[in-house]
Write a protein that binds this ligand. Structure first.
Ligand code: HEC
Length: 148
């Protein structure tokens, strides 16, 4: 009886750890949520829907970049991501969170979460004037290749 009582909280924690909502590469989802609110949602909107003028929707869309060559790098190099004033660890977490929060359905099965080192290196080479052309090429590519 005593043993069972002592084990219960441990079991509870294990279940939380394995909950379906868990996001790989997001050790602190609360932090990521707060970072998104402060640094990103002014343009991308709280629900990731963006707008139909200048800020692209991420909802149901953003993880599709991971399905085409060069897309993974692109996500770490767009100015909104690369130049934000968060350290590499917070930014890697925020990018992983963004993918799962707004477009979990398109995250590839073999996706390895962004690491702080990867994000740190991508952001050293931010896209500038070429970003719209690069983006358009990637969008055309995934629009062509996948079925959704
Ligand atoms: C000033 C407005 C603005 C802010 C702030 C901003 N973004 Fe963006 N974001 C854009 C625009 C515009 C694009 C399209 C590419 C481009 O022109 O830079 C984009 C593209 C992206 C993309 C690539 C997906 C796509 O459809 O192009 C991701 C991922 C992204 N932003 C995430 C973020 C995150 C995470 C933050 C917060 C750290 C953030 N953005 C902050 C405006 C913004």
């Amino acid at each position: 009886m005593t043993v069972r009582i002592r084990l219960l909280p441990i079991l509870g924690l294990a279940l939380i750890g394995a909950a379906p909502g868990t996001m790989p590469g997001v050790p602190d989802a609360e932090q990521a949520t707060a970072d998104y609110m402060l640094k990103c949602q002014g343009c991308h909107r709280p629900d990731g829907s963006g707008d139909d003028r200048s800020n692209p929707p991420m909802r149901g869309m953003v993880a599709r970049f991971l399905t085409v060559p060069g897309g993974r790098e692109f996500l770490g190099r767009v100015p909104g991501v690369a130049t934000t004033n968060l350290d590499d660890a917070r930014l890697a977490q925020l990018l992983n969170w963004t993918l799962y929060r707004f477009d979990a359905g398109h995250v590839p099965r073999d996706f390895h979460p962004y690491t702080p080192a990867e994000v740190g290196s991508l952001r050293q080479n931010p896209l500038r004037l070429d970003r719209q052309a690069v983006r358009a090429r990637l969008v055309a590519r995934f629009a062509q290749t996948d079925q959704f």
